[in-house]
Design a protein around this ligand. Sequence first.
Ligand SMILES: [Zn+2]
Length: 687
Amino acid sequence: MRRAAPPRFGLLALALATLAIAGSRAAADPPASADAEHFFDPFVDKTADPRADFFRFAVGKWTHDNPIPADERGWGIGYVIQEETYRRLIGINDDATRADAREGSSAQKIGDFWTSAMDSAAQAKQGFSPLADEFARIEAVRTRADLLAAIAHLKYIGVSGFCRLGVHQDEKNSARYVVHVSQGGLGLPERDYYFDKGAKSAGLRRKYVAHVARMFRLLGDDSTRADTNARVVMALETDLARASRKLAALRDPIKNYHAMTLAGADRLTRSIAWKRFLADGHIDRVDTLIVGQPEFLRELDHSLRTRPIGQWKTYLRWHLAHSFAEQAGGAFDDENFHFYGTVLTGVARQRPRWKRMLDEEENYLGDALGQLYVERYFPPRDRARYEKLTDDIFAAFRARIGRLEWMSAATKERAVKKLDSVIKKIGYPDKWRDYAAYNVDRTSFLGNVVRGNIWQSDYAIARLNKPVDRSEWFMTPQTYNAYYNSSNNEIVAPAANFILPGIADSLIDDAVVYAYAGGSTIGHEITHGFDDEGRQFDEQGNLKDWWTPDDAREFKTRAAKIVSQFDAYVVVDSLHANGAATSGENIADLGGLQLAWDAFTQTDEYKRGTSIGGYTPAQRFFLGWALAWMYVQRPELVALRVKTDYHSPEFLRVNAPTSNLPPFYEAFGVKEGDAMYRGPDKRVQIW
Ligand SMILES: [Zn+2]
């Protein structure tokens, strides 16, 4: 359904095909609905016409009754579920804080992290003083060698600038971990922000420069110096942005894969000695790199050779402050929120501190919290129920592949082999992360955060030259999200995905469960293994072409159709959806809905055909689908997401796939001339 990305800092960060990205933070009470009969009452807008705008019909009452609060970017189902999760996590934290915990235990770490996180007065007083050595390190840089050593160290502690650096599986040999280097180093959310035309975009750039200048003033620069520094940052980042690929171009796994030896990397970037650079970032015993975008590294090299070292020091100071502004608290936190919250996403005021700090804790102690969460809230019988649902969806996919008319027998055989090899991780991991080496205390929140980043970097680096651990999870059980990971050919669906708003799942009928959890989570993630990107990996998780040329062509023709379908939608003002960048997610949404529908048609509820609460089983199924994507957001956020997000806005995630599905037409009597209608030749079907 939605939510946060994998670890925000450190070398673990990894691009996963997730369900969505929109924030899932909450405050409202879950709608009170006692039984299946009345379950949809708080959501459905009976004055709307499902044939004109199904999203509005299905969830319009709820979105009308629950406007976006002033401190949020959007509002919807994720927030309702997240509210319940927050309530549970607060209980776990309170117990940990009260307990007389043994030094080094999870309870001690959770209690101390929470205590330091909630102490806003101490944070405002400390500001960046816990990072004084890091600022001094930048200040002391004299030569290019010093500069690169400082950059490598800053990457190690989780600073955002320069490039992205990560340790994860080799796309062409999933049995080993390897260092990945790719484009990054920007302070605005995406490269297009630096070049988009129009008064609004130019205004955003001006506000960004003003924000950077204010951050320099908060760091102690006088206003002339701060303004000059901000312009230096903007110029340097604009050069990096110019050398960066566009969002859609990053989806091609072959074109973003360039394995090279360290000597080869040295030839690409003559000013960077990679062995030395990596060693300064605590990465030893490495002889190869996978470079995502060589032209980006060439630009880094060019910029390192031509820009005065002082400009790079200014850029690093900015990224150090930028990366930890929220945790430095006080005026830094406020200024950071002003730009990244209010200007970029239209939110008027900060969310309550306790919610923000629970999110922080999730980044650093997520598994420790998860272990306690699962003990209390996800018993083995729930896991068994959703494992069964997962098996049903897989069976539906297998049957669908068998029926495909456009695919040859040879490719079908490989597709089924890949499907049968998918690892299914449901609910929670079998093995929990060990936090023994992560020291947490009550003296400084920023200190806990930086040590947490170092712990994550050490954890990632320690994996190099070791066998791949395929049991690893990149989300915690209490996360309302899910992912498909190509390298392990696995789907991962944390426990929180299965929470329904305001009702115990023993009371809800299969139509809702199959659409809400089955389609939007399980079916969606399986389909990622077979979307435009995922289909390029084999059953072992290796980037390897297993398609006949004819079948690949047939797939691309169908994928092109979903690109044009989305390109045609206007999402805000005159802004269209980005069909190419979102095609993988849109294919997964369509596939997930179809697979869930197929599996649902095998249930007793469907076969009996008895209406509940005035809706047929088929109608309840599609209403359940809409509920999974119930989310409205500020126009600023819609505009930001079109530039940065591989997921479509939620109203499209409801209306676009349903308008491709004949059973939806039957369920609601959609006819030619209705806005939801697409001619049979325009309807997309891939899987
Ligand atoms: Zn997805």
